[in-house]
Design a protein around this ligand. Structure first.
Ligand SMILES: [Ca+2]
Length: 272
């Protein structure tokens, strides 16, 4: 409501979305059906490989002419992780979905809500902090995915580097540069060739995604890093402003929880 007058066209759009979605909505959260019915993908129970080996680090340093091995040491070691089945949003949360939430609840609008580079209705919402992302998911009876859940949903069970396989293919994801046709964020789901083995979209690029976890060392990780601890939340997947080495499914990005960046968004998960 606070947006009236500042983005009247957008508010009208949100209002239409709300009224259409509200029909038949019976959720305790009072969220519109259009949001509650957002497609989720089921990731079945079972083991997968989380993290990477020293050999994988040699590959990435060579493939991307990286200046430092240090950048990748927080991804060590590779280990087998067994997860229960869970659901994860097929797509990143969109701008229009988030604006419906803002309109319904009075939550603060995202930082870039009036920036035409980032406020297309099907672009992923950006400019929201960790608590805001967490609150949005909870409003829908969901939650942020854990790092483990995020990584498994992105790379499947065969330890691949990217959602589609092992090679960096810049046309399969919205990452830095114009090979993918987008300078900023792309509408969600615009890279079907980049989907994960389970069919989850944009797990490489478009926007980094908040996860539930603090940035802490993995069990068995011997890398000394002042950033570890309950200071930063883990973000995953790389974005429109980062290179393909950061779009690898095992990469552990980090951000202070109150950061509202134009390259960080999120998606939600749910127990089975
Ligand atoms: Ca993404």
């Amino acid at each position: 409501m606070r947006l009236l007058g500042r983005a009247a066209g957008l508010v009208t759009l949100v209002a239409l979305f709300c009224s259409a979605g509200a029909v038949g909505s019976a959720s305790a959260s009072e969220a519109p059906a259009a949001l509650l019915e957002k497609k989720m993908i089921f990731v079945p129970a079972g083991k997968f490989t989380m993290g990477i080996t020293p050999k994988d680090i040699e590959w990435v340093v060579e493939a991307f002419h990286s200046e430092s091995r240090e950048w990748y040491l927080d991804e060590l070691p590779a280990r087998e992780v067994d997860l229960k089945g869970y659901w994860i949003d097929e797509h990143e949360v969109t701008f229009i979905e988030y604006m419906v939430y803002v309109n319904k609840t009075g939550a603060s609008p995202p930082k870039y809500f009036d920036n035409p580079r980032f406020n297309g209705r099907l672009q992923p919402v950006v400019g929201i902090g960790w608590k805001e992302a967490d609150a949005y998911c909870r409003w829908l009876g969901k939650r942020l995915p854990t790092e483990m859940e995020w990584e498994k949903a992105a790379r499947g069970a065969d330890a691949r580097r990217y959602p589609w396989g092992n090679e960096p293919e810049p046309t399969r994801a919205n990452q830095r540069g114009l090979m993918d046709n987008y300078r900023y964020t792309a509408p969600v789901g615009d890279f079907p060739e980049g989907k994960s083995p389970y069919g989850v979209m944009d797990m490489a690029g478009n926007v980094w995604e908040w996860t539930a976890d603090w940035y802490k060392p993995y069990p068995g990780n011997e890398h000394v890093n002042d950033m570890y601890g309950e200071k930063f939340r883990v973000i995953r997947g790389g974005s429109w402003s980062s290179n393909m080495d950061l779009a690898r499914s095992s990469v552990r990005g980090k951000a202070a929880p109150d950061q509202r960046q134009d390259y960080i968004g999120f998606r939600c998960a749910k127990n089975s």
